[in-house]
Write a protein that binds this ligand. Structure first.
Ligand SMILES: [Zn+2]
Length: 136
């Protein structure tokens, strides 16, 4: 394959890999670069239990906030390592950087229009109640 063709294909692939995440009011928009969702997660820690959202994860560099960065608020608690972001206007949880792996972004897949969160099978339950970093 010649290099021009290859470049074109890379562009096409890139476009297909983009998923758009938005909060409810639309002030916050994010582009997520991923081919397939690696896994679906729910977590039983004190905050996730309250939010009840189904999440997936990407590396931070594949999560680009394209609109409304100034509308996002951060909520932190306990060790204040994890950053939990939500839209300051509509209150919707969009994403967080988990304490166990700050290089990753966990995001609310309910914020992606094309995903029907109610049809998902095999949702992994993360045991955030017994966080690995709390063990001595
Ligand atoms: Zn919003």
């Amino acid at each position: 394959m010649d290099s021009l063709n290859e470049r074109y294909l890379t562009l096409v692939r890139k476009k297909e890999n983009m998923k758009k995440l938005s909060c409810h009011c639309g002030e916050v928009e994010v582009e997520i670069n991923l081919l397939e969702f690696e896994k679906f997660i729910r977590c039983n820690c004190s905050i996730c239990k309250r939010k009840g959202s189904v999440m997936s994860m990407v590396k931070n560099e594949n999560f680009k906030i394209i609109k409304g960065k100034d509308k996002l608020k951060i909520y932190q608690f306990n060790t204040k390592v994890a950053k939990h972001y939500f839209c300051s206007i509509c209150g919707i949880y969009t994403h967080n950087n988990p304490r166990s792996n700050p290089k990753m972004t966990a995001f609310n897949i309910g914020c992606i229009d094309e995903v029907d969160t109610f049809s998902l099978k095999k949702i992994h339950i993360a045991d955030g109640q017994n966080h690995p970093l709390d063990k001595k």
